[in-house]
Design a protein around this ligand. Structure first.
Ligand code: S3P
Length: 433
């Protein structure tokens, strides 16, 4: 049971070694691809949060058999045609990735699926997936002409298309690719900037001929059947980022996070922090279904301000809350630009960062697409609201752990979506367990 609020007593150095729960993005994809595959897949280290659990339930409601064995999940698919019309509405909880990827998957199926989520999902734009999937032939309705949930999808009979995305989004790209795997002809997606490429990497590792043109930022594929597979999900770099920043800003810290995905589309935060002066060692250890994996080693040290902007933003989009905490502890003024997408996440993260870092005494100014954070002023403990957003809650806990005094985070329960065991890991690293 996750507490409704937690209090963090700082400053407390973070020391030791730890492994992250499986990456959330990879876990959603593993469940969806395994459910559409022909045969049984064995998945280890699946993400342990509610978001991914909802994707598992969704696949079960589509007729996929999922069993828990010792240390692994067995997912038995019967191919695309083995998927069945759900008996009831599919509730995806808080998960934007879950709902958008599932929209792509069921758009290829000749039956009715109704996708809903929580109050945050009800505010997030779905037109960005509904429109391209409609262009391929799916019938999609919902509030605001299909821009808002519930999404009512009658799929099947898809034709491949060339899609030019207006914003770099791996969720949208992946939804289109999942539909494209079931469409007649060629599906091509071109992005304005490179977003995370997990779906392409996994499909290629499963033997699907996916053509990626890095220069044009395009991905092309045709219909394909998927084989069952074995996959040990690499640790979540977005979760690791909290500990890396926590160690940097809390004097006396030294820690190693083992076995995380080192996908370049995910570890942009390491480049940003190194630019800020951080000592972070990256040690590659292997690959899993096309994903590079390795360890991150970090020691506390002073940070300087930086600018985050342009094509770098998609590779740090989920880390901007915790990078903003790093900026508040750095010397100088940090700028975040070109990040309007942050306003469309689990909450408006630009507004949430301004308010909550402000509670801790930081000076933060916002624009439509970014933030200015004045670093170097001594922060004070305070009471933080999570805005129902797991990453705001955890970023606040990491800031609180570095500040002298007691910081309280209200609405802590939101961490259930990605990292329910965060407080256990905090206690282990601070030696308070
Ligand atoms: C994700 C893509 C990103 C990211 C989200 C996970 C994914 O969203 O913010 O947490 O797994 O594809 P967008 O596709 O909206 O950029």
């Amino acid at each position: 049971m996750i507490a409704e609020q937690v209090s963090v007593h700082g400053p407390c150095p973070l020391r030791g070694r730890l492994r992250m729960p499986g990456d959330k993005s990879l876990s959603h994809r593993a469940l969806l691809l395994a459910g559409a595959a022909q045969g049984t897949s064995r998945i280890r280290n699946l993400a342990n949060g509610d978001d991914v659990y909802r994707s598992r339930l969704a696949m079960e409601s589509l007729g996929v058999r999922v069993r828990e064995a010792v240390g692994e999940l067995l997912v038995s698919g019967s191919g695309w045609d083995g998927l069945r019309e759900p008996d009831s509405v599919v509730d995806i909880g808080n998960s934007g990735t879950g709902i958008r990827l599932l929209a792509g998957l069921v758009s290829g199926r000749p039956f009715l699926t109704v996708l809903v989520g929580d109050a945050s999902i009800a505010r997030r734009p779905m037109g960005r997936v509904a429109e391209p999937l409609r262009a391929m032939g799916a019938h999609i309705d919902g509030r605001d002409n299909g821009n808002l949930t519930p999404l009512v999808i009658r799929g099947g009979g898809l034709r491949g298309q060339h899609h030019h995305l207006a914003v770099a989004s791996a969720q949208v790209k992946s939804a289109i690719l999942l539909a494209g795997l079931q469409a007649e002809g060629t599906t091509l997606v071109t992005e304005p900037a490179q977003s995370r490429d997990h779906t392409e990497r996994m499909l290629a590792a499963l033997g699907v001929p996916v053509v990626v043109d890095a220069k044009l930022r395009s991905v092309r594929l045709e219909a394909a059947a998927l084989p069952g597979f074995e996959f040990t999900v690499p640790g979540d770099p977005s979760s690791a980022a909290f500990w890396v920043v926590g160690a940097l800003i809390t004097p006396g810290s030294e820690l190693t996070v083992e076995g995380v995905s080192l996908n370049p589309g995910r570890i942009g935060f390491v480049d940003v922090l190194r630019r800020m002066g951080a000592a972070i060692e990256v040690v590659p250890t292997g690959t899993e279904l096309g994903e590079p994996v390795g360890d991150l080693h970090v020691t506390s040290g002073p940070l300087q301000a930086t600018v985050m902007e342009g094509d770098e933003i998609p590779s740090i989009i989920d880390e901007i809350p915790i990078l903003s905490v790093a900026a508040a502890f750095a010397e100088g003024t940090t700028e975040v630009r070109d990040a309007a997408e942050l306003r469309l996440k689990e909450t408006d993260r630009i507004g949430a960062i301004e308010q909550e870092l402000g509670q801790l005494g930081a000076t933060v100014r916002t624009r439509r697409d970014g933030l200015t954070i004045e670093g170097g002023t001594a922060l004070r403990p305070g009471t933080i609201r999570s805005h129902g957003d797991h990453r705001i809650a955890m970023a606040a806990a990491i800031a609180g752990n570095a500040i002298a005094g007691v910081t309280t985070i209200r609405g802590w329960r939101g961490v259930a979506s990605s990292y329910p065991t965060f407080t256990d890991d905090l206690a282990a690293l601070t030696g308070t367990r």
